[in-house]
Write a protein that binds this ligand. Structure first.
Ligand code: S5P
Length: 466
């Protein structure tokens, strides 16, 4: 029998691969569960795994090996011994105490390091290992993985100029399990459908520059340069809420009623002031008063996009005088840095978010655009404290806001695409979830806000492993 076929059947028979309904660490339910840690309990199985990895490693050139902790560590160790190639280890814990090294072992800058991983989904664990290796001057070109779930990892790594080599793909596994009679054709068709529909698209996945940090809001507080950003994190921590509500309603009465209903459960209330038909100064004062008493920030989602001079007028003037009451505004980067300069010049009390990605189908904020937004943010870090993005796309000194969040996945008829809070906060590692119709259209908005608050906060707590 072909060695890969033997391996898959053995992985299934030893229950390394299980089919059923499993709640993953991320909170997502998956019809398949793969626990490659089990392989250390079966030396002959472990030997087969390593032999298959070895077949791929043979064709690559490298000076040093590094396994992604923890499951791939024994694989890397055995490969290291087998090939007499030295190994390094990445420390998994966050290094915030000075002298401890991020990478253990002896190595020289510019040596080529081959990363070994057990299983890849989006590629985020590999990227977490990649970052400290690159920081130490090692060169990483290839990753060898036992199993590719084919959910976006290969593309994500390619964006970092890293090539993924896999022993097995999910498709191969399912075919082998079907052919060997382990799974019925219907079951396999159902699993194919699941993997197809849960593809991590390149827009919702982590683009290059993705942060590998796993720092808590407490740890990040002192890293944020802009004072509105810091104030936001203080509120988030105090209220244990990383929920922003998008109050997309058209009357001031509804806006104020939403602000008082959801106020205790949110850190930010997002407005579109230009859709309120009866906006006036008194409404504005009442909203600001509610923000103070319930302790939330007001984010006017104006999406400034014009040349600096026009933006300054739009921000300070007209009938809305946004600069006088908004704590946060956002801007597209399409017109260049002048937009940011104008906002920064007009108000130092207002923090800026840049639109680096969007939630809507077919949007044009692709990888290169996202990278430009990150570059602008770094340039104006005193005023820009974060992004509108589909997850964490940069470093921990910025805050990531994600719109298009709803407990029920799907979308609307005009291109909005929804992702659930657990995925947005737990997997895509965003910080603040923006929920609109999920709460606004609920029969009991207060209760819905509480449900979302809990879901978003739990996902955050689980992510940082508190
Ligand atoms: O890419 C984006 C950016 C934003 S700010 N996609 C979005 O949906 N938004 C805003 O988030 C949008 O303008 C709306 O106010 C909110 C989403 O509302 P929902 O009702 O679809 O949750």
């Amino acid at each position: 029998m072909h060695p890969l076929r033997t391996l898959v059947i053995e992985l299934y028979d030893k229950q390394v691969i299980q089919v059923g309904s499993f709640k993953l660490k991320s909170g997502i339910t998956s019809p398949i569960y793969i626990d490659l840690r089990v392989t250390i309990s079966y030396p002959s199985l472990l030997r087969q795994v390593v032999a298959c990895l070895q077949d791929i490693c043979r064709s690559l050139s490298y000076d040093i090996l590094c396994g992604v902790p923890y499951t791939a560590l024994p694989f890397a160790t055995l490969l290291s011994v087998e090939n007499s190639v030295p190994m390094v280890m990445r420390r998994k814990e966050v290094k915030d105490y000075g002298t401890k090294k991020a990478i253990e072992g002896v190595f020289q800058p510019n040596q080529t390091c081959l990363i070994i991983e057990d299983l890849i989904t989006s590629g985020s664990s590999v990227l977490e290992t990649l970052e400290p290796l690159v920081k130490e001057g090692l060169v990483v070109k290839d990753v060898v993985v036992l199993l590719d779930r084919e959910q976006g990892g290969k593309d994500n790594l390619r964006k970092h100029n890293i090539q993924l080599h896999s022993v097995l793909k999910m498709t191969d596994i399912l075919e082998i399990l079907k052919d060997s009679g382990r799974l019925s054709a219907d079951k396999v068709a159902e699993l194919f459908e699941y993997f197809h529909s849960t593809q991590v698209s390149s827009n919702s996945s982590i683009p290059s520059g993705m942060a590998s940090h796993n720092l808590s809001f407490e740890q990040r507080l002192s890293m944020i340069r802009n004072k509105v950003g810091r104030r936001l994190l203080e509120i988030v921590l105090k209220k244990q809420s990383n929920l922003a509500v998008a109050a997309d309603v058209t009357t001031s009465q509804e806006l104020l009623s939403i602000a008082s209903q959801v106020g205790p459960h949110i850190c930010v209330l997002k407005t579109h002031v230009d859709i309120i038909e009866d906006w006036n100064e008194t409404v504005c004062e009442q909203l600001v008063h509610l923000a103070k008493s319930h302790q939330f920030l007001i984010f006017e989602d104006r999406k400034f996009a014009d040349i600096g001079n026009t933006v300054e007028l739009q921000f300070t003037g007209g009938i809305f005088h946004i600069s006088q009451w908004a704590d946060i505004v956002n801007a597209h980067i399409i017109a260049g840095p002048g937009t940011i300069q104008a906002l920064r010049k007009a108000s130092e009390h207002c923090g800026i978010l840049l639109l680096a990605q969007m939630s809507s189908k077919g949007n044009l904020a692709v990888e290169e655009y996202t990278q430009k937004a990150i570059q602008f943010a770094k340039q104006y870090e005193d005023a820009v404290f974060g992004f509108i993005s589909m997850g964490c796309i940069g470093e921990p000194n910025f805050i990531y806001f994600t719109p298009g969040v709803k407990l029920e996945k799907g979308g609307d008829s005009l291109g909005q695409q929804y992702t659930d809070p657990k995925t947005v906060i737990g997997i895509q590692k965003s910080d603040i979830a923006i929920v609109g119709r999920g709460i606004i259209h609920a029969s009991d908005r207060k209760e819905a806000a509480l449900t979302y608050q809990k879901a978003c906060w739990d996902a955050y707590v689980q992510r940082i492993g508190k």
